[in-house]
Every structure is written in C-alpha cells, then in structure tokens.
Design a protein around this ligand. Structure first.
Ligand SMILES: C[S@@+](CC[C@H](N)C(=O)[O-])C[C@H]1O[C@@H](n2cnc3c(N)ncnc32)[C@H](O)[C@@H]1O
Length: 175
C-alpha cells in the first residue's frame, strides 16, 4: 500500500479550496486525499485496484464509499470533481510490472492518460479533474493528449523535490 509522500501532501494542499456535492478519487492508497475531500464534499467515492488499500481505508476512514476496481470500471454517475495522484514514474521495461503504486508505464504517462480518458464520461459539464504529474514523465505527450481530449490545462501547484518537479494540473472541458 502507498504511504503518504510529498506528492500526497502537495495534492492535499491543492484541493483544499474545491467544494461541491460529489467527488471521486482514483487510486486512494492509504486514503489521505479522501480524508481531506470529505471536509468540502457531501458524497465522496474512492477507488483503488489494490484490495489491501481498500480494506485499510474501509477500516480506518468512515463516510466514504470505498471501491476496489480498475480505475473507474465499477463507477457510473457524474462528479463535480475527479482527483488523482496516479503512478507516474516511467519504467523502462513495460512487461516488468514492478510496483504498480508508483510506475505509470514506459513514458510515465500511460496510466495517467487512462485515468483521464476514463474520467471524462464521469465528469459534469462544468466539472474538473485534478491530477498530479512529474517532470520525470513525458509531459509533452501528456499535454498533447489532454488537448486531443478537448480539455484545457492549468497548473495550480508545483513542488521541486530532489530529482524532479511535481505539478498539479487542473483540467476542464475547453470552452
Ligand atoms: C501514487 S499512489 C497515490 C496514493 C494516494 N492517493 C496518495 O496520494 O497518497 C497511486 C495509487 O493508484 C493505485 N492504482 C494503480 N493502478 C490503478 C488502477 N489501474 N486503478 C485504480 N487504482 C490504481 C495504486 O494502488 C496506488 O494506491
């Protein structure tokens, strides 16, 4: 299970101003993001592909709907906000699964793109996606993908740590 790290804290800091009726987090890990979201949203859903994460969150954090599934495969409905700190580190060998909590594919963005693509049908027309990404991943390709999906991007937070810079993107439908 993913323990809270710099990226978790950056995302917690970035979401504190958002509020609404419904929010979804993809990849909850130990549940710290959802714990923050429940302060400003009345309906909070969190998914993770790792059963141990979901079991731990269910045991320790109440008032949130915890669901074990791949990305959003078990979810329907529309959300005001969709949040994720996806696995974003590039891994050289795509056939080596390694740690699925941190490796996001050969370019570091493959899982991020899937998280974004699968989120789009679940987003209200004026809804937003908040997602963490890293300078270690192929951000140029990610930005092309975002634009191709008819979304516009704003950087709402950044943090430099050792060998990388973390970015928090806010995405919404192009107007
Ligand atoms: C970088 S961790 C972030 C955890 C937590 N949100 C945080 O910020 O501390 C990424 C999380 O995504 C989950 N994950 C990886 N692949 C997934 C998938 N296909 N569907 C849902 N969750 C996934 C991992 O199990 C992990 O908990």
């Amino acid at each position: 299970m993913y323990d809270q790290c710099e990226d978790t804290l950056l995302l917690i800091d970035s979401i504190s101003e958002y509020s609404g009726s419904s929010v979804l987090e993809i990849g909850v890990g130990s549940g710290g993001i959802c714990r923050k979201l429940i302060e400003n949203f009345s309906f909070v859903v969190g998914t993770d592909v790792e059963i141990e994460s979901i079991k731990s969150c269910k045991k320790n954090i109440s008032k949130i709907h915890w669901i074990c599934c791949d990305v959003v495969s078990a979810i329907c409905g529309k959300f005001d906000l969709i949040v994720s700190n996806p696995p974003y580190l590039p891994n050289e060998d795509i056939y080596d699964i390694q740690d699925r909590t941190i490796y996001g594919g050969k370019e570091g963005i493959e899982l991020t793109c899937r998280f974004i693509e699968d989120s789009i049908p679940l987003l209200k027309m004026n809804g937003k996606i908040i997602i963490v990404c890293s300078s270690l991943a192929n951000l140029e390709s990610l930005e092309n993908f975002i634009s191709y999906k008819n979304l516009e991007k704003k950087i709402i937070n950044t943090k430099k740590i050792f060998f990388e810079t973390l970015y928090v993107y806010e995405l919404k439908f192009k107007s």
